[in-house]
Design a protein around this ligand. Structure first.
Ligand SMILES: [Zn+2]
Length: 412
């Protein structure tokens, strides 16, 4: 291994270890409740929500650690090579089948290995806090269906990646980043039609008052929203949410039925206006563009690291299926340390969407009531440890969002 590759691996390992240890400390260290949080939420609620979220943080860290350990073990012991020999004998010398079986075993194995932790996190914990309505059987059905979909998407994609790396040793980062970004765009465009309906039923929002509100808001925002959909989330969860998704013709705002059933129309209006903010500022396109650039940078770095490891058996003289394990390890570590940057971007999008909601409705008092209700319903960590917020929060905390609304009130 040359010095460049050595120093990249060393820095990555050090950074991940530092982040994980700090993560553990931040999840477990006893912490007081800030005066801002206790101004808007009861102590009972804050403690209960913290108990729930801290368990989620820990299980998340544990799942990541497990993934890193398994990949390290497979990459640096004869296990990975053994697996490669096995698929070679199964595939009868056909290289495409070889890598296909290899990926299927790795990702299928990962899904089985992570089942207990996913079950704890997605089922036991959710039930313990009264957030889930699912039976064990329904949960398992969802788990295996989403695993099957992700295998169907990941395995051919990564097999394609493998052959591009072998066939175009110089230009593969550019090719892969381009194809990946186009593929993501296609996936965002098509999943509202092909994948989402496998899990939920969607229909246009029925309440005529809400529909009129949506049309008025869309006219005010200057965006062509005609339909807002409601999704039967209550079949699975008591949580409340809404989202904006799709590209081009499939762009849509989706509201959980829980929101429509349990929230006053003024607050539903604020949620819709928030999603219109994402629409108006083209956050999906911006996310894709940033994601594409990030992918390109990551792959160029990976190429340089791999070039410095020519002596590594699974990379020499061309990439072997077991060499993919090393690539996955690199990407897993790299994605973990790039999270704070991705999340900072996401939080800035969310602040922009919140600001749009306030501009469109002028209803800052409603916004405060909404944020309180959402946090209470979803057991949100309203006042997270600053480190956890920095590393993992895709949205500003409830207290931050409430204070942003207060500030608007102060200005108007
Ligand atoms: Zn949002």
């Amino acid at each position: 291994m040359n010095n460049f590759s050595k120093s990249v691996w060393f820095t990555l390992t050090l950074a991940v270890a530092f982040l994980l240890l700090t993560w553990l400390w931040a999840s477990l260290a006893p912490r007081g409740i800030s005066p801002e949080a206790s101004r808007y939420f009861t102590l009972d609620f804050i403690r209960r929500a913290r108990g729930y979220q801290e368990t989620r943080y820990l299980t998340y860290g544990l799942a990541f650690l497990l993934e890193v350990l398994v990949l390290t073990l497979l990459s640096f012991t004869p296990l990975g090579k053994g697996l490669e020999n096995l698929v070679q004998s199964l595939a009868g010398g056909r290289p495409y089948r070889e890598v296909f079986y290899f990926l299927l075993i790795i990702f299928g194995g990962a899904a089985l290995l992570s089942l207990p932790l996913s079950y704890y996190r997605g089922f036991i914990l959710e039930h313990a806090y009264g957030l889930s309505n699912q039976s064990t059987l329904d949960w398992l059905k969802d788990y295996f269906l989403s695993t099957a979909i992700s295998l169907a998407l990941t395995v051919p994609t990564l097999a394609g990646f493998y052959f591009l790396v072998r066939r175009f040793p110089q230009s593969w980062p550019w090719l892969v980043a381009g194809i990946y970004t186009a593929g993501m765009a296609l996936l965002i465009m098509l999943s509202p039609l092909l994948i989402d309906p496998l899990f939920y039923h969607f229909r246009p929002v029925q309440d005529p008052q809400i529909r009129q509100q949506v049309l008025d808001l869309a006219a005010k925002a200057g965006i062509p929203v005609e339909e807002v959909l409601e999704m039967d989330a209550s079949r699975r969860t008591n949580k409340v949410n809404a989202y904006f998704t799709g590209l081009g013709q499939t762009k849509r705002i989706v509201l959980y039925d829980n929101l429509l059933k349990k929230y006053p129309p003024t607050e539903v209006k604020l949620v819709v206006a928030h999603e219109m903010g994402h629409w108006r500022y083209a956050h999906i396109w911006k996310g894709l563009l940033l994601g594409g650039l990030g992918t390109l940078f990551t792959l160029l770095l990976l190429q340089k690291v791999l070039a410095g490891m020519k002596g590594f058996p699974s990379l020499h003289p061309v990439l072997r299926p077991s060499g993919l394990l090393l690539i996955f390890l690199f990407l897993t570590l790299w994605l973990f340390i790039s999270q704070p940057f991705q999340n900072a971007v996401s939080r800035s999008f969310e602040r922009q969407a919140d600001a749009t909601a306030l501009t469109l409705t002028g209803d800052w008092a409603g916004q405060i009531a909404l944020e309180k209700r959402l946090a209470e319903h979803n057991l949100a960590d309203v006042d997270p440890h600053p480190f956890i917020r920095w590393l993992a929060f895709t949205h500003p905390s409830a207290v931050e969002r409430i204070e942003a609304a207060q500030e608007t009130a102060g200005r108007s």
